[in-house]
Design a protein around this ligand. Structure first.
Ligand code: SF4
Length: 328
């Protein structure tokens, strides 16, 4: 039986850019965000997620963004002929036919767009990875979210009664690398789930060592989730982890140069002058993930604090962000 996707969700910002909703258009919006649609929630149960099986959040939420659903023909018909989009990103829920749905959505998208297409998905087998690649998917993201195996079990795995396991996610990232190649596979970490700064730094180093890119989110509580009463990370702590991610991604930070002070705060043992020069562009504090992705206000409230800037920072913002790191 061939399944044909009838409905799909768009992030509210994407729907505005498509003219499907009214609202203020964002000049920095560079990625069209879609999400697979189903009547019920995700079959998995991540503690932070409004789509999780046990969450009582409304089902059109992911992070703090709303995702209205549309007939897929309407979305394809509304695809802007000229736009600032540089990438398409498809978020998926966990359910049995999700790969079929992704392949079908990508087939429809390829009628109107030749942009790179990223898919954020749970571990699937290699045949499914190859099918998605064959359909036109260019990048894969498999989110670890948690920075350590034990935190993973608590937030996404065993303790949440799901089949997700740390080792399986890490192996899936390795397999995705074999299918999609270096530079095309990413993971995401949510900072503020209970990890130490050093644990976050260690997993960032581990991922880049494997050839996997890392995108960072600051934990944002969403009503109706198991973590609805938890607090976001401190901005200063997040800034230090952004610095580690940035310097690691540029290949200028080695594990032996990362330490902690008596308060568990990260320290970086490289010359202040080199660090300042590496941070002066402000890139370290912008949204991270696939190339061309900026996820405006995914985990930021427009009034701040601005954990991840969706655009280049001005000079004042760069200086403030560097100061917030308390590293120099
Ligand atoms: S797998 Fe994704 S959509 Fe499902 S509960 Fe986890 S984070 Fe949410």
């Amino acid at each position: 039986m061939i399944l044909v996707v009838e409905r799909v969700r768009l992030s509210i910002g994407t729907a505005i850019e498509f003219g499907l909703e009214t609202g203020t258009s964002d000049p920095y919006f560079t990625t069209a965000f879609l999400m697979t649609y189903r009547d019920s929630k995700c079959e998995s149960n991540c503690a932070f997620c409004p789509q999780a099986r046990d969450s009582s959040s409304v089902s059109d939420r992911l992070s703090r963004i709303s995702w209205p659903d549309y007939d897929i023909d309407k979305v394809i018909g509304a695809w802007p002929q000229r736009s600032q989009f540089r990438r398409i990103c498809i978020q998926t829920l966990c359910y049995a036919s999700v790969v079929e749905d992704v392949v079908d959505i990508v087939r429809r998208l390829r009628e109107v767009a030749q942009l790179p297409i990223s898919v954020a998905i749970h571990p699937v087998d290699k045949d499914d990875l190859n099918r998605m690649r064959g359909a036109g998917v260019t990048n894969i993201g498999i989110a670890l979210d948690a920075s350590t195996p034990s935190l993973f079990e608590e937030i996404k795995g065993k303790r949440r009664a799901t089949p997700y396991r740390w080792d399986r996610h890490v192996n899936a990232l390795r397999e995705a690398l074999e299918v999609f190649g270096r530079g095309k596979v990413t993971t995401h970490l949510i900072i503020g789930l209970g990890e130490t700064e050093k644990e976050a730094a260690d997993v960032i180093q581990m991922m880049y060592g494997m050839g996997i890119g890392v995108g960072l989110f600051a934990f944002t509580s969403v009503r109706g989730t198991s973590l609805e009463s938890s607090e976001p990370p401190s901005l200063s702590s997040y800034r230090r982890i952004q610095v580690v991610r940035h310097l690691t991604s540029k290949g200028v930070l080695r594990s032996k140069e990362i330490g902690t002070d008596d308060n568990g705060r990260l320290t970086i043992d490289i010359e202040h002058k080199s660090m300042l020069s590496a941070l002066s562009s402000g890139e370290a504090f912008q949204v991270t993930g696939c190339e061309g992705c900026n996820r405006p206000y995914y985990n930021e409230r427009p009034r701040g604090p601005m954990y991840n800037y969706p655009r280049p920072l001005n000079r004042k913002e760069v200086l403030a962000a560097i100061k917030e790191t308390q590293l120099v």
